[in-house]
Write a protein that binds this ligand. Structure first.
Ligand code: F0G
Length: 429
């Protein structure tokens, strides 16, 4: 049977099409009638670079978008990202069995590609010409690339002056029309929703239920890579809350299908200056109170996340938690991830900083196993990285700085510097 949209508020069902919100205003989710699947079906597609095996999203087609026709498919071979561990990260977090799954290894450098391959394929299927999103940077980079791949027009709405240059450069290069909104991300998000309704743009933010379907594959792939043994915890940075929602849905479906026996706990980590979801969780309120966001992690500088209702269900379903971390903790954790040779963008490091804090608070037991999601690539935001190492970010004193050293153009100068650093080569004794 073909998939349906169901409102997460009033449960009204719709035929999937260009209407993305219920008439009651609620967000929708895709409900599937899954065929029989088992672990072997997905394992048989591993190490096959053709067809469904070439994408870490479409390898799980039955769980993502079973009926999608091949002519509509827009894929760049997304997913298939690596999992790393490093003794220094284990020491830093106090969690011996800590690993990181690097979603920055996707084609445009962030996890967004997993949602975009599904969303843009759907846009093609229903005959859309122009697609749009609001973004703190990564969504716009991803959409711009997939729209270009599919030959669709693309308009992205970004908060003026607030997105990292790597991401802006991508959106411009892939040929999107970039509208710099005089306001923050939340203003851009509101505006793009109005524009999509009134001006006929197909909306590809995570309010689009197909985006969530693609992002579920982070969890499918993580657990498959681990031989179908989930970790105790999955730790994820949280901004607009699409990913947290997707993770909850993925785990619910995997449990329902018998693909996992135990459901891991989700920990969603916000930046302290942009933590409305954390406050909602802490205070047990009925509805989310927006904040004016302020954090160095521009990707998650969001004060009014759209998917909080879905996300709270995800946290509750998994027996999870919500935590927040300071900019100092985010940037130090990032320097630690970077220094291990792995590297990520600031928002991604919120997961590692969060794992560390949850261990310190006694919520994650040091003997438990935790998988942190690194959501974006190191090269997305070189400005913030260099500013950290040179100590010029206001309010942050770097614990692990590595500033460049200026030398005169002569050997004596180099020798002095290396002596000071105790780095002179073995050949000099
Ligand atoms: N990490 C990175 C690198 C992101 O770009 C985002 C979101 C998140 C974490 C948070 O994920 O919104 O699903 O809770 N970036 C969006 C964007 C908002 O426009 O690129 P979320």
């Amino acid at each position: 049977m073909s998939p349906r949209f169901r409102c997460v508020e009033c449960e009204r069902e719709y035929e999937p099409g260009r209407q993305l919100r219920c008439s009651c205003g609620g967000l929708m989710e895709v409900v599937h009638e899954f065929p029989e699947v088992d672990r072997e079906l997905f394992d048989a597609r591993l190490n096959v670079s053709r067809g469904l095996g070439g994408s870490g999203v479409w390898r799980f087609k039955e769980l993502v978008y079973q009926g999608l026709d091949e002519k509509s498919l827009v894929s760049r071979g997304e997913g298939n990202t690596n999992i790393y561990s490093h003794s220094r990260l284990s020491e830093y977090t106090g969690i011996e069995r800590l690993s990181v799954k690097h979603e920055g290894e996707n084609p445009t450098g962030s996890f967004k590609d997993r949602g975009m391959t599904v969303g843009v394929s759907e846009a093609v299927r229903i005959g859309e010409r122009s697609v749009a999103c609001a973004s703190t940077g990564n969504t716009s980079a991803s959409l711009a690339s997939y729209a270009a791949t599919a030959g669709l027009h693309c308009v992205v709405f970004i908060p003026e002056g607030m997105i990292a240059y790597g991401k802006l450069a991508q959106a411009l290069s892939y040929g999107a029309r970039v509208l710099q909104v005089r306001g923050d991300f939340d203003a851009a998000m509101w505006l793009v929703q109005e524009a999509s309704e009134e001006l006929g743009l197909y909306l590809l933010n995570s309010v689009n239920p197909w985006r969530i379907e693609g992002q579920k594959s982070i969890i499918f792939e993580l657990i498959q890579q681990r031989g179908w043994e989930p970790p105790d915890w999955i730790v994820v940075p949280a901004g607009n809350l699409g990913n947290t929602s997707a993770f909850g849905k993925a785990l619910r479906e995997m449990e329902g299908l018998g693909l996992i026996d135990e459901v891991p706990r989700l920990a969603a980590i916000q930046a302290e200056g942009a933590d409305p979801f954390y406050r909602l969780w802490l205070e047990g309120e009925e509805s989310l109170t927006p904040v004016v966001p302020d954090t160095v992690a521009s990707a998650i500088k969001i004060g009014n996340p759209v998917s909080w209702r879905k996300a709270i269900k995800a946290i509750k379903y998994t027996g999870g938690v919500v935590e927040h971390v300071s900019d100092q903790e985010i940037m130090d954790a990032k320097a630690m991830v970077d220094g291990c040779g792995i590297g990520c963008e600031p928002a991604s490091a919120a997961s590692v900083a969060g794992a560390r804090k949850l261990e310190e608070r006694g919520i994650i037991d040091p003997g438990e196993e935790a998988a942190c999601i690194l959501t974006g690539n190191l090269l997305k935001d070189p400005g913030t990285t260099v500013s950290y190492h040179t100590g010029v970010i206001k309010g942050i004193s770097p614990r692990f700085p590595n500033a460049p050293i200026v030398v005169n153009a002569d050997l004596a100068s180099v020798s002095d510097v290396l002596d000071n650093l105790a780095l002179t080569g073995s050949g000099r004794g």
